[in-house]
Design a protein around this ligand. Sequence first.
Ligand code: SF4
Ligand code: SF4
Length: 404
Amino acid sequence: MRVREILKKLYCSKCNAVKEVNHLRGLFLEVKIENENFIKKCEEQAKKIFHETITAVPHSFLDRSVPSLYHIEINSQCNLKCKLCGAGNISALQVQNGIMNLDYFRIIIEKIKNENSDAIILPFGNSEPFLNKNIYDYIKIIKNSGLRCTLSSNVNIFSNIERTLMLEPDTFIISISGFTQDIYSVAHRGGDINIVKKNMKMISDIKYKNNLKTNVIVNYHLYNYNWKEDFDAAKKWVEELGFVFAPNCARSISMEMTLQYVRQLEKKRGASSSELPFSIELPQSFYDGLESLIVRPDDIFDMYEHVPSAIICPFANFETYIRSDGSVQLCGCCSDKRLVLAPKYLHVSHEDIQRRRRWHPFCEVCLRTKTYLYFNMVDFQKWDSMVKMRLQGVPSDRLLCGGA
Ligand code: SF4
Ligand code: SF4
């Protein structure tokens, strides 16, 4: 089929909107349509889908022509092995680990500053930033540039914590999944909750002694086994420390493994659509992790039945993920080096990155199966209703919308 014919099929003759085109997506891959008008319409459709749903991402992020968030991996490894994360299952993926060169990091920050002076820098990927012993120097470069900085850590390990905090990163996110070791270590494999508590206390003391403006948010990952006593104890402790307690329904967070799994489900349902560009042998730990989820990738098909299919990813424009070697990764939730879009961020424009991502076969499967909606927790109310259905009598403070 020629491009002109495809385009003709894509538009509704009455309203000129882009139609639902699941069955035609495979053809996009062959012809890699670069018709400006078509792309614009697809982008408008993506924004519409986004605006009409409730998500974890502020809507203003999507209305920009440049990304709002930049993940920069100052270190690519993690000290823990969470079952549903790429960093916890590196043997299943092709991952190249390293530490970003400080001078290179400085130049990247300059480029970002020129691209978007409002950008938020997240100096980590699927990794623990404090494994880079010189973290202070990296945060200092971000703060000196005037860009905002969001740190995230499992706080099992620290380098230069006091000096780093004194730079006042704008936000510091700490992730936990329990208050006792037995519960915490189920998801945070290899972690020690007693060290975490000690380090959280240290952060609180530094913050309040120095009157630091850093907003510390503790993200409590909610599973089907940790929502009772451990939740209450963790909440009390976090509030006593003067941090924000933010419960969050846990999900499968490795895009490669999740898509492989969803593709398997799709096949079981009889779909003969296109394959992923490479297949992954899913480790047993991944399947074990799925058993603890309240909302599983299996739920995507029913949960998002009502959302129209997007042709272009509604989330493609809002973040850029730069690996420790300076390459650009397809998406913030991927770790596999086969999903690198460009070998050097410094040599490509944002438009180039978008073009390379646009008809990517991996995104094709992600969009077709609506896995991108699950990943970005689209429609909080839908998530809450799943939680209420599966955790009988769950109190409203465990929900994303607080029961509203
Ligand atoms: S989820 Fe976070 S703490 Fe766990 S392995 Fe992945 S990067 Fe590390
Ligand atoms: S992998 Fe999915 S979420 Fe990521 S950019 Fe592609 S379509 Fe979007």
